[in-house]
Design a protein. Structure first.
Length: 134
C-alpha cells in the first residue's frame, strides 16, 4: 500500500514515496493497512481519527517504552510488540477493557515468556487468548 503521513488533526501532509524531513520522527506511530476509503479529500475520516487517537493514547500510556506498530487487517486492529508479536484487538469496541486486560496479563508474566508467544488475542470479551511458539 501507499505510505501516508498525517498530522495529529488528521490532515494528510504527505503521500507516496516523497522524501520527508520530520522532527522527532522517533515519536511517530506506524499504522499500516488503513483503506483508501478512510480518507476524505486530504483528511482521515473523523470517526477513524478519534478511534486512532484513543488507541494511540492507550499505547503511549500502557507501553511508553515499547516499540509498537498498529495494523488494520480486514477492519480489525492488530498491535505488534517489538514488530514481532501480534496482539489481536479486533474492533475499537471496549478498547479500554482490552488494554486493561492486556496490561494485567503482561504484568503477570516474565518478559522472556512474552518473547515466546506466537500471538495474544483479545477479541473475545474478558479473555486473553495466547498461543505459544512451537
Amino acid at each position: 500500500g501507499k505510505n501516508v503521513i498525517i498530522s495529529k488533526d488528521g490532515t494528510v501532509i504527505g503521500k507516496g514515496d516523497q522524501n520527508f524531513s520530520i522532527k522527532n520522527s522517533d515519536e511517530l506511530i506506524i499504522i499500516r493497512g488503513i483503506s483508501e476509503a478512510s480518507f476524505k479529500e486530504a483528511q482521515v475520516s473523523p470517526t477513524l481519527l478519534s478511534n486512532l487517537v484513543l488507541v494511540i493514547d492507550k499505547v503511549k500510556t500502557h507501553f511508553a517504552d515499547t516499540m509498537l506498530n498498529i495494523e488494520f487487517k480486514e477492519e480489525e486492529l492488530v498491535l505488534y510488540i517489538d514488530d514481532t508479536i501480534p496482539i489481536r484487538l479486533g474492533t475499537f469496541d471496549a478498547i479500554d477493557e482490552k488494554f486493561v486486560l492486556l496490561t494485567t496479563f503482561l504484568g503477570h508474566i516474565k518478559k522472556e515468556e512474552v518473547k515466546k508467544l506466537a500471538y495474544i488475542d483479545l477479541r473475545v470479551p474478558d479473555r486473553v487468548i495466547i498461543k505459544n511458539e512451537s
